[in-house]
Design a protein around this ligand. Sequence first.
Ligand SMILES: [Zn+2]
Length: 307
Amino acid sequence: MAERDLDARVRSRAFEFLREQTALHGEVLPFATLTRGFQFEGQRVPLLGPQGIFKPAVLPEMPLSIMTKAVVEGEARPYDDNLGADGFLRYRYRGTDPQHRDNVGLRLAMQRGVPLVYLFGVTPGRYMPVWPVFIVRDHPEQLAFSVAVDSPYMPTLSVPRPDLASLEARRAYVTVLTQRRVHQQSFRERVLEAYRQQCAICRLRHEELLEAAHILPDGHPRGEPIVPNGLALCKLHHAAFDRNILGITPALQVEVRLDILREADGPMLRHGLQGFQGVQIDTPRAAALKPRAEFLAERYELFRRAS
Ligand SMILES: [Zn+2]
């Protein structure tokens, strides 16, 4: 009983720590913050270890977190954390032995319905923490578990059990939304890093004001969340690009829509939009990360039709 109580207190302290850190630094946290972790009764508790499944020393038996590494740009499909047939995330066993202590620990967490943290690697050294997550099924034939995300606002530890079907439905819904959020954050982080945290058009360097724009839009058959289909833009230029107020030619020059160029207004219009007519945009140094010419050409066509 004492052990279970300790386990629950460490977990709730971990969630509190993540709440504080994400409120301070945003949804994505650096490796250093996660390995430094938090203090618990005079002991330092890291949230992340060298392996995917991590149990800090303070916990008696069950892991605290599971982690997946960042996708590497240009390697196959951008994401491999696809949902299983049950609508939940697949998480691979450690190794191939179902009885490895890490796998046994996760199975125990499943049996007891204990909440964990899922650390999604978005770029090397940066992770998006998601909690609470639950191990909900074991698939020994696939050497994997099903992981469900639940809402952090739902009391999970001490409520009378909701009926199973509605619990599953809610978790499946939260899991899908979370996966989408992780992908968006991952795309943003990879694009911003490739563009050295500055707007490709105006070179603004305030990360808080920067976003990752899709060249071919999300939903387009080839609108993939890969850096060659992205541009780091400040909020103004992102919105202007999305709404075809300005376009980018296949030769990487800014083209401001004609009616906007002819408009007369204050300094924001003059400097923020008209002033960039014909300017060469800034692109990543690595050839593999530069905007792909065919994406730019197709998008520029859309801009021309809109103007
Ligand atoms: Zn800008």
